[in-house]
Structures are given as C-alpha cells and as structure tokens.
Design a protein around this ligand. Sequence first.
Ligand code: MG
Length: 454
Amino acid sequence: MAELNEKDFPPLFGTNGIRGVPNDDLTVEFSQAIGKSIGTFFGSKIAMGRDTRDTGQMIFDSVCSGILSSGCDLIDLGILPTPAIQYYCKINKMPGVIITASHNPPQFNGIKCIASDGTELERESERKIELIYYNKKYLTVNWDKIGRAFQDNNAPGMYVAGVMSKVDRDNIRSRNFKVVVDTGNGAAFSTTPTLLRELGCRVVTLNANPDGKFTSRNSEPRPENLTELISVMKLGKFDLGVAHDGDADRAVFVDEKGNFIDGDVTLSLIVKNHVKKGEKVVTPVSSSDALSEICKAKGAQLIRTRVGAPIVSRTMIKEKALLGGEENGGVIFGPHQYCRDGAMTLSLFLDLMASTGMKPSELIKTVPEFHMAKESVKRDKEWSVLEKDILKQLGDVALDRTDGLKIMLVNGWVLLRPSGTEPIIRIYGESRDEKTAKEIANDYKEMIEKLNRH
Ligand code: MG
C-alpha cells in the first residue's frame, strides 16, 4: 500500500491538542495509538500529567502504555496544573504530554504535547506525530527495551518555588493579604492555596475539592460562572479574589468590592508595573488599545500577533519579549516560562498590589478606559468570498490583516475573524465608551448578515 502523505489525512491536533469525548471519539485504542506515535516521535524520557477530569486516568493509562511500548521511559506527575507540567519539562529539558481539555465541559478530554523547552509543541512536530499515527509507523521494541514509569512528587513544590522566585516575595509577605481563591474543582486545588500561604496570605478556598465533573461551577472563568466568588468578595472582607480555569493556565481577578476585572485590564496593569523602556510586549490583534497606550507611555514596544496563546508564546521567544498575553486571563511572563500560567499571573498581581500599596479597585482606575463588545454571526459563505464582499462595502479604510480583518475606525476599531473550529465569524468592537463599542459590533454583525444573504 502506498504510504500516506501529509495531504491525505486530516489534522488531529487542534490549537490546544487533540480534543474529544472519551469512549466516543477519544477511545482507549485511539489514545494508545497516539501514545505509540508520541513515543516514536520523541524517542526519549517523557513527563506526563493530567487535570482532575474523571476520564483522565483512562486516557492517561492508554497514552502511557503506548509510550512505554515504543521504548520511552515516563515520569508520572499525577494531577497538576498545565503550567506546572510545562515548568517541569522546561527545568528538566524533557518533552511532555498533558491529558486535559482546559476549560471545556466535563464530558471532554484531550491530549496535548509539550516540547523539551516547556512550550506547546510546534505544529510541524504535531504533523509528524500525525503522520506516524496514520502510517502506523510506530516503534515497537523488544520486551527488554519496554519503557518504565517513575513518579516524581517534587513537581508541585518545585513549581511553587519557581513562581515565587520571580516576584518580591518578602514585600508581598509583609502585606498579609486576604485572598479568596476559586480553583473550580480543577488542577490547581493544591498548588495555588500553597503558593498563597507561602506568600504570607490568609487564604479562603472555594471549590478546592478536585472534582472531575466540575459540579461546583462551569470551568470557564467568566463573570457569569463566578457568582459565588463575586458574592464572597462583596462581603468586603478580602483584598483580592482569584479564579482559575480547569487546568489553571489562566487566572482572572475580582476586586475587593466584588467587581470582575477584565483580562485586558489585568494584562495592562501587569505590563504597566513590570515593563521598562525598550522592552517588548506581545499580544494578539484582538486585545485592547489600553495596552498600546501603556506601552507607548512606558517607551516599550508592543507586537501584535494572530489570536492564540501558542502564537503569542512563539513570538515572545523570537522577540525576547518580557510579557505577553490575551484578554481571557492568560498572562505569559518571559522570565518564568513561555506559556500561560495562572499561578504566575496571580503572583504578579499580588506583587503589583504590594509594590503600589493600592487596592485592586484603585489600580483598575489607572488603566486607560476602553470597552470591548463581542458578537458572533453564522458564516454562510467561504471566508475568502465574504472577506472580498466586506472589503467592497468598506471602500478606502485603514486595515490590519494580521488575523482576519481589523478595521480602524475614527472612534475605535472592529475585528472580524473566522473561527477555526465553527462556521462563524467572531466580531470584536472596541471604543472608549461602552455604547459605541456595542454599536460598532452590532453594525458589523448586521453587515455580515446582509452579505450572507446576497
Ligand atoms: Mg486552560
């Protein structure tokens, strides 16, 4: 039979690894074959961990047996936040595999590969793994070469110490902050409360019981899912509220009065506090102009990329950038590691509170005010056709083509980009006032709806 080449198979890895429903599309047999392919590709010792999902053990064991059969040894890190596993890979210069579906609902799970520098594996390498899988070109070694699995219980402690070493620990400790943390039944149930205690905080935990069905709240840390944390913060007894997504690569904050803080504002504040003249910051085209204003005022360079955390990470490495991040609470701090890290984001926020002596509600007011409105609309035509139609309607306007179409307007901007996973167009409108932002997003939604019909 002729060997399949890269054009003949659909990609398995999406923007965040292979995602699926266990025993449906993510079966034991499939996971094991992927494990064999991963082991064959890496050919060396692999670190592996998972989030709290009930299906995690089954997928973990299936991938694990595939890896061992290809002759690779394995370090079993157990349940840990995604960034803690990435940190372990970076420190030990070892590739890794994470069984997680991040913030997705509990019926999903996923397989994600990590390069030996701790960053998400590049697409070209994922394609090589896919090619091994489709061609069944796995390495199956003799019985005496089959890999062995070891445990390493030092990973959580090493991670917490690594995060703390990047901030002014003594200054944070001297403040004795009172912090409420909602780990949402996810993977940071132990590491984040431990980190906070080590930083001298008085800690109240919410949903810090690992629960693979996420029965307490939806795993996505959006304001509508954080009503419990917000109501506890409204009691006015605590300095900061923080919540993670399921695999804790993200952290979002609630101020001391119970107001949710947008991810863009968090990133702007951290950039404002840490970036010095001449340093670089990386963010997608979808982030707020507040960040542009702050970087300009600080004499820092802001680099805009396509949307997606791995793209931001790779650009940061290339540009030797200090900070990067997105509006969903994923902050990347270069001196620590080039991936989103919820615990690092939390430590940087506490560092900011300690160094300025300001409360979160006061800090928010120091960020230039911008509002973003988001919409989505069904796409009935190919994006390339729709894009041409939109451009015809627009006439002569200033455009940014980094990702989709970003149109510069007199009172703000609008970004139209096709979703990578669904047949929809995502619309982001930003302006200095909320009403205009909503109007912008709505106008373009209506424009696309009309163009869909013609
Ligand atoms: Mg996540």
